[in-house]
Design a protein around this ligand. Structure first.
Ligand code: SF4
Length: 344
């Protein structure tokens, strides 16, 4: 039966990853959150950094959101970092720093959905529960020649139900084996069926139809948005502000910007009004593109000088030297803008 074969293959062939060296729930949770939307090689680096600075849930709970966001810089999808902090707070305050060991309790924690709850429950606590991520959706679609649309959230629920009775004695091994097969052998393009431990059980392979699975409807196109961004300086310092709750990149530090305003005069008027500044005529210095999940920003960068240093009380603003700026939690798009090597 493919389940045993797959588990055995995993035990003999799994990659040596830092979060696989123990079964500490905190480590498994941290790695699972990082691995969402992030390549393994990148996640390893950040994982070591996080464990170094926040070795325990307690350390993470006692940090500020700014500390966490700063360490998360460059990983993107910052909601994960904010939820990481919120989840650590809940585990510390409500569970005395010990992760709950039941799937249903894990599901109630901030930032933990069915996949992550399944991964933690099975790997750390040996609970018989599936963990259906993108790799598992693909592998199981192929193994069982299932034509359910994996872009439909219902499919993950159906796969969860279908995998549940198949879970063997070691649920954590089974779930990780499915993910590992998807990550290293049953890859989206060119699956290595000739190296696959379960090829003789695979229905898609038997039909020569590996690439017909999984079925996935196309995503809607990302919306493209022109952004006018100002590098506003006054006596050699730059103006930055902390993005407010409910906005894209909230909690992170940004340069002033306005959506759909890439005309110098209109942008200057808008930023002058937003930040209560008297600005000189701006200079266009370049453009960068940044792709978010559902959005593409085409950022047009202008340098302005402020004749006054007065700025508003809300959102929080600061005038920073470039050294000070580096100590703040900056999103990748702002780093891209600053890395243009713009001369003031
Ligand atoms: Fe994937 Fe090919 Fe293995 Fe089937 S035989 S599970 S398609 S790698």
């Amino acid at each position: 039966m493919w389940v045993e074969t797959l588990c055995q293959w995993f035990k003999e062939n799994q990659r040596d990853l830092p979060w696989r060296r123990d079964r500490i729930p905190y480590h498994i949770w941290l790695s699972e959150i990082m691995l969402q939307q992030t390549q393994v090689a990148t996640a390893i680096d950040y994982y070591h950094r996080f464990i170094g600075v926040f070795p325990t849930v307690e350390a993470l709970a006692k940090a500020t959101e700014d500390d966490v966001l700063r360490l998360w810089q460059g990983l993107g999808y910052y909601t994960r970092a904010r939820n990481l902090k919120r989840c650590a707070d809940v585990v510390w305050q409500q569970y005395d720093g010990i992760f709950p060991n039941q799937y249903q309790d894990l599901l109630k924690l901030p930032g933990i959905g069915p996949y992550t709850a399944g991964a933690i429950a099975s790997i750390a606590f040996n609970r018989r529960v599936p963990a259906v991520d993108g790799n598992v959706l693909r592998v199981f679609s192929r193994l069982d020649a299932r034509s359910d649309d994996i872009a439909n959230p219902k499919t993950a629920k159906q796969f969860h139900a279908a995998l549940l009775p198949l879970i063997p004695e070691e649920p954590g091994v089974f779930n990780q084996a499915l993910m590992e097969l998807g990550a290293t052998v049953c890859t989206p393009q060119n699956p290595k069926c000739n190296q696959c431990p379960v090829s003789k059980y695979c229905k898609a392979h038997a039909e020569g139809m590996e690439m017909q699975y999984p079925v996935k409807t196309k995503k809607t196109k990302q919306k493209q948005m022109p952004i006018g961004m100002g590098i506003i300086y006054h006596k050699g310092k730059l103006l930055c502000f902390k993005q407010v709750e409910g906005r894209l990149l909230h909690g992170l530090w940004s340069l002033p910007f306005a959506a759909d305003l890439v005309d110098e005069r209109m942008l200057r008027n808008q930023l002058a009004e937003d930040f209560q500044l008297d600005l000189t005529e701006g200079r266009f210095v370049g453009q960068v593109r940044h792709v978010f999940t559902h959005l593409i920003w085409d950022v047009h960068i202008f340098v302005f000088e402020a004749r006054n240093a007065h700025a508003i009380d809300f959102p929080e603003v600061r005038w920073c030297s470039s050294d000070e700026l580096e100590t703040l939690a900056l999103p990748t798009v702002i780093k891209k803008v600053l890395s243009k090597g713009i001369k003031l």
